[in-house]
Ligand binder design. Structure first.
Ligand SMILES: *Cc1c(COP(=O)(O)O)cnc(C)c1O
Length: 353
């Protein structure tokens, strides 16, 4: 890497923050990466200081939801090296969304360069190893322009901001951290719609059912498949997981957002622990036969589900030690305290490495 451009030698090399007390909140870091698409070309605008964006009022992202986002975490290993986790998978998922929204794909090299630059530029904000915190990375994609008609944009902005974060749920993960969820009467996605892409509109549509669930005292809503309203589909903005006997099972449906955390846990279960691991339809009625439930995503990693309520019916699930094993292994790989047999870690080059 080049000589330091942004920070000069001082006694500290990390920001003066109580990293171990952070919640899952936005904290404006000094730099964000930006690129623009115009005249058929992507070009980098490098790191920017302003966390307020200046875009045309007619922009498609503002009126018609032509927008996508991603979420990733960056961790510091025991030797101070900085690692992202499977970022190429996030780039691929963002591009499948871009195709669906009829916008240009982002070259993988641009995605990775933006990730490296924004993490390098904000390196004093990457939480120290062992603090329990990480650097949350939020890439996003906006269709912009001077427009009023319902059609895809011809200009786009791709931006990545970062924020140091602590656990998604205060208290983090563990046998005293069970959460209850309520099966919603609303759907998050239409059959053959856009539930499989990380487009902002899907999440605006979840605020009503999500707020309803929280008012009733639950952590979030569980969504059923929009065709039959029979199978479990998503848990808030996380994928559902369960143990049925020896097997780790997780829903299969075209309207699910395919979690990279889930994909990783399925591989860890199958390859490391040799547990049967299967993607398949899981009916609500099948909860009677399930011994443990959880949900997963980048933000919370794994959340133990101790209770599910569906109208008059309810189910209780004990903490299962296997959630702990999966959690420890995934976090061990992400934080480089454990081998990375799958090649998932992506080292961000920093000064002196
Ligand atoms: C982002 C997201 C997830 C989790 O995906 P990860 O890649 O594991 O972070 C699950 N469900 C929904 C609806 C999501 O938006």
């Amino acid at each position: 890497m080049e000589k330091p451009r942004y920070y000069f030698p001082t006694e500290r090399d990390t920001a003066d923050l109580e990293f171990s007390d952070l919640g899952f909140d936005y904290l404006a870091c000094p730099y964000r990466f930006e690129a623009v698409f115009e005249h058929g070309l992507w070009r980098s605008r490098g790191l920017q200081e302003d966390n307020v964006m200046h875009i045309p009022e007619g922009s498609q992202c503002l009126h018609y939801g032509q927008q996508l986002f991603e979420g990733m975490k960056v961790h510091r290993g025991p030797e101070g090296k900085i690692y992202a986790f499977r970022p190429r998978d996030n780039a691929k998922r963002l591009n499948s969304g871009a195709r669906h929204l009829r916008g240009p794909e982002i070259p993988e090299a641009l995605f990775l360069r933006g990730l490296e630059e924004v993490v390098q530029g904000n390196h004093p904000y990457v939480p120290p190893h062992g603090s329990g915190a990480s650097l949350y990375v939020r890439p996003f994609y906006l269709g912009i322009g001077d427009n009023v008609g319902v059609k895809p944009a011809s200009r786009y902005v791709f931006r990545i901001f970062v924020s140091p974060v602590g656990p998604y749920y205060k208290g983090g993960f563990g046998p005293d951290q069970g959460k209850g969820f309520m099966v919603s009467k609303h759907d998050r996605a239409a059959p053959h719609g856009s539930g499989h892409i990380k487009a902002g509109g899907n999440y605006a549509a979840s605020f009503y059912p999500g707020t309803e669930a929280k008012k009733a005292g639950f952590a979030d809503a569980i969504y059923l498949d929009p065709v039959n309203r029979k199978y479990i589909e998503e848990v808030g903005a996380a994928n559902f997981l369960a143990f049925k006997g020896d097997a780790l099972i997780t829903p299969q449906s075209p309207s699910i957002l395919k979690s990279i955390t889930r994909l990783s846990l399925l591989e860890i279960a199958g390859e490391i622990f040799k547990w049967p691991a299967e993607e398949r339809e899981i009916a609500v009625d099948e909860l009677d036969e399930i011994s443990a439930a959880a949900c997963c995503g980048t933000a919370a990693v794994i959340t133990w589900i101790n209770r599910i309520v569906d109208g008059e019916r309810s189910w209780e699930f004990p903490f299962d030690e296997r959630w702990q094993q999966l959690y420890n292994t995934l976090l061990g790989i992400q934080t480089a305290t454990q081998d990375d047999p799958f090649g998932w870690r992506y080292e961000i080059p920093t000064m002196g490495s």
